[in-house]
Design a binder for this molecule. Structure first.
Ligand code: NAD
Ligand code: GLY
Length: 366
């Protein structure tokens, strides 16, 4: 059991991590129901598992919540779904005393958070993440968004939740591939600034992926603490600190664009391969040792995550991947923003990488 406080000016909140927390979810949510209505947003698959349980839990406290079910998958982060969701909230007479609850993975959290940010000029919301990726990353830190035709997460807002409730036990039903995709974001914290945590992951990944309760709770709590520390220093990503959380993402977004933001490559999988490419690129630039880059690639491959462009049929597509990178929302002028590495646990923000050297690297990357 852990409670991690994310300290932010005027809107700090707690992230509660506890096995079997869902057994007591009615009591946790009752505190919000005492000031207004509860609007619980989920997706079809998560809703099928948890709607009855939440309804029963809340009924113990005499509370009846409104439920809204999104379609499953990345397509739900669209203008069309946002319109339907906000229309539904308005029809339910949502007001600023109410609480909107995101129950699901990163997709549910991102669109629900964004709807909460804009509805009635901002309503409070609670994150209840049910994928490993959402538990260790997307539910914490207040980035909310939908996708636009031009790319992922291009329309969004910073809007912090008022609390995050994480029950590692709910991962028991998460499909294996999503478990691995979420694990990529766990390893990321070791690679950013914590070599000891990377070493721990290296030894313990089989236990985490097998959902061993102790290993899982430690991995989640450590990751959430790492993320909270970074977000507390640079909430709106203006000081080149929060940008470290984008390790692997400049490559990952290009890979996701090329695979059509589809289930050919989940976000966490793209981040996994993106982190390998970031270390290989760093090694090619003479910034990080080839041994470190090799260790990163070995661990990601051993965790059953995509570890090569070849594995995705994307070799010799350097020009195309590079073209996708031109749309990176963090791009300024001719330089592409990269998070590069001087070694495991030594990631840094590099804003002076000539676009041409990234292009040359991608043309030869395997
Ligand atoms: P997801 O939300 O699509 O969930 C993955 C799948 O798992 C879905 O099919 C869902 O129905 C199912 N699922 C969820 N919980 C389950 C459970 N407990 N048991 C069984 N099935 C379950 O995907 P995701 O990987 O959680 O999130 C990816 C999204 O997160 C992307 O859109 C990405 O851009 C976003 N993201 C946002 C941030 C941020 O800071 N806001 C950070 C990282 C990623
Ligand atoms: N996942 C990147 C961030 O929260 O900043």
């Amino acid at each position: 059991m852990a409670k991690i406080d994310l300290e932010l000016d005027g809107h700090s909140y707690a992230i509660h991590i506890e096995a079997r927390l869902f057994e007591d979810i009615g009591r946790r949510l009752a505190q919000y129901a005492s000031r207004g209505a509860l609007h619980i947003i989920t997706d079809k698959d998560v809703g099928a598992i948890y709607t009855d349980h939440f309804t029963e839990q809340l009924s113990v406290y005499g509370i009846s919540a409104h439920f809204y079910v999104l379609p499953v998958g990345e397509d739900a982060k669209s203008w069309g779904e946002l319109e339907k969701l906000t229309d539904w909230l308005i029809a339910n007479q949502v007001n600023r005393k109410d609480t909107i609850v995101a129950l699901g993975g990163g997709v549910v959290g991102d669109i629900t958070g964004f709807a909460s940010a804009i509805i009635k000029r901002g309503c409070q919301f609670v994150q209840i993440p049910t994928t490993l990726l959402a538990q260790v990353d997307s539910s914490v830190g207040g980035k909310t968004a939908i996708n636009s035709k031009a790319g992922k997460n291009l329309v969004g807002a910073f809007h912090q939740p008022v609390a995050v409730y994480i029950d590692p036990d709910v991962l028991k039903t998460l499909p294996e591939r999503h478990m691995r995709a979420g694990y990529a974001e766990v390893v990321k914290y070791g690679l950013i600034n914590d070599e000891r945590f990377f070493d721990w992951c290296y030894k313990n990944s089989p236990h985490i992926l097998a959902r061993d309760p102790e290993a899982l709770e430690y991995a989640i709590a450590h990751s959430v603490k790492a993320k909270a520390d970074i977000v507390a220093q640079d909430e709106r990503e203006t000081a080149n600190v929060r940008a470290l959380l984008n390790l692997g993402h400049t490559f990952a977004h290009a890979l996701e664009a090329e695979t059509g933001y589809s289930d050919k490559l989940f976000h966490g999988e793209a981040v996994a391969l993106g982190m390998i490419l970031a270390h290989d690129f760093s090694a090619q630039l003479g910034l990080c040792s080839k041994d470190d880059a090799k260790r990163v690639a070995e661990h990601i491959a051993a965790s059953g995550l995509p570890a090569s462009l070849a594995g995705l049929g994307l070799t010799n597509k350097g020009d195309i991947l590079f073209a996708h990178m031109q749309h990176d929302k963090k791009r300024v002028g001719d330089a592409l923003p990269f998070i590069l590495s001087r070694g495991i646990g030594r990631a840094f923000f590099a804003d002076n990488i000539a676009a041409e050297s990234a292009k040359a690297f991608l043309k030869t990357a395997k």
